[in-house]
Design a protein around this ligand. Structure first.
Ligand SMILES: *Cc1c(COP(=O)(O)O)cnc(C)c1O
Length: 224
């Protein structure tokens, strides 16, 4: 695709986001984070040129490499992957805009120690395992509000901004919808939460209709 074709293609993705958000309310704003994990820095540059500013990666090393290669562009970088304790310092070195996958109190406590030592803060979302899947990270729904409050109380250098979830792995739209509704209900209960990050290339319209205000689009943004 040349630049004009790519722009038309992305306009169509944005139109789909628009249609979904308008079903919720004209005041419901949805932010797109382009997940670039399957894409090169050159491909990110092409998407930047047609207006996309927020990008996300799921591996600390890839985030570091691409943020460095593209440091001259005014991009914001999100980290959406599972964070191992031995990678915390590498992630903090990059000063990400938002960490989407804070998935336990233990990880929060480790992060808190490192943040305190560096005298810095980190914006983060609590990851919820809404469909209670073995294969997924995140806090179980019934523990989510308690964990959210505990992190807020014990980890002053973490700014919890809301919740994140990956839709249920299912062909059944009803089951996926239920997982989004579970996440949204937790989001509504968390004190001061402003970000509900859910929805990917295959299910973002459903996620938005369930109240998502931040979608993480990988393959569809890069036409893969
Ligand atoms: C890869 C990834 C995405 C984007 O997935 P697509 O299906 O390509 O849109 C979103 N969120 C997380 C956490 C991911 O790892």
């Amino acid at each position: 695709m040349n630049t004009i074709e790519y722009k038309i293609y992305i306009d169509n993705v944005i139109r789909r986001v628009e249609n979904a958000r308008l079903k919720v309310s004209p005041h419901h704003i949805v932010k797109i984070v382009a997940i670039s994990k399957y894409s090169t820095s050159d491909e990110i540059k092409k998407l930047y040129e047609i207006g996309q500013r927020a990008y996300g990666e799921n591996k600390v090393q890839d985030l570091k490499t691409k943020a460095h290669e593209l440091e001259d562009l005014p991009l914001e970088w999100h980290f959406v992957g599972n964070l191992q304790k031995n990678k915390i310092n590498n992630l903090l070195d990059i000063h990400p805009t938002l960490f989407h996958a804070l998935d336990s109190l233990e990880l929060a406590q480790e992060l808190q120690k490192k943040l305190e030592a560096r005298n810095m803060t980190l914006d983060a979302l609590l990851q919820i395992n809404s469909a209670k899947e073995e294969s997924k990270h995140g806090v179980m729904p019934e523990l989510a509000c308690g964990t959210y409050e505990q992190i807020k109380k014990e980890c002053p250098n973490i700014n919890l901004k809301g919740v994140m979830s990956i839709g249920a792995h299912s062909e059944d739209k009803g089951i996926i919808k239920k997982s989004f509704e579970t996440t949204y209900a937790i989001y509504k209960q968390c004190d001061g939460a402003t970000i509900c990050s859910m929805g990917m290339s295959g299910d973002f319209e459903l996620a938005i209709e369930c109240g998502s205000n931040m979608i993480r689009l990988g393959s569809i943004m890069f036409n893969k």
